[in-house]
Ligand binder design. Structure first.
Ligand SMILES: [Zn+2]
Length: 169
């Protein structure tokens, strides 16, 4: 049996890493300049490619502070659930640095089989700021698909319950 706890922690760490360091992370160079031409091409990895494109999109988006000048502080409180909405697989609470965090405000789905799934809270933040809401709670489902070997793709539907606490200038 796998150590479910260690796996959950690893995923939680990757969530933190992906969101918090989206602005500073550098994509790995696809090939070393001196590698011989006879090396076989790297096997494509759709999940890694999607992740890189998402990081790039986030990097190209404005910071939260630039997009929402009235937003002074933002705290997120996230709980990750299996599709049943009952089994909690992780949680994440932190105070967002609005100067540095990107307005493409998206969190990685925790399923290791999920492709093109993320929890995008960009609209939730934009709506909250537009209404000057101090707290917003809601839930969203992962729009990704799970692809297992020899099985058809199925919708991911992991659930994220979130609470945003916002402060204004
Ligand atoms: Zn997913």
């Amino acid at each position: 049996m796998e150590d479910a706890c260690a796996r959950a922690l690893g995923r939680l760490y990757s969530v933190v890493f992906d969101q918090l360091f989206a602005g500073v992370r550098r994509s790995p160079s696809p090939r070393r300049p001196n590698s011989p031409n006879m090396m076989p091409p790297r096997k494509t990895n759709p999940r890694a490619e999607y992740r890189l494109s998402q990081i790039q999109r986030a990097n190209e988006s404005a910071s939260l502070a630039a997009k929402f000048p009235k937003l002074k502080s933002l705290k997120v409180d996230l709980s990750y659930f299996e599709p049943d909405g009952l089994t909690r697989t992780g949680e994440l609470r932190y105070k967002v640095n609005v100067e540095h965090a990107k307005s493409m405000f998206s969190f990685v789905c925790q399923s290791g089989e999920c492709l093109k799934g993320d929890f995008d809270l960009s609209n939730a933040v934009a709506e909250a700021v537009a209404k000057k809401s101090k707290t917003v709670e809601g839930e969203i489902r992962c729009p990704g698909t799970r692809v297992k070997a020899k099985e058809n793709a199925t919708p991911c539907h992991n659930l994220l319950r979130y609470k945003l606490t916002l402060g204004y200038v």
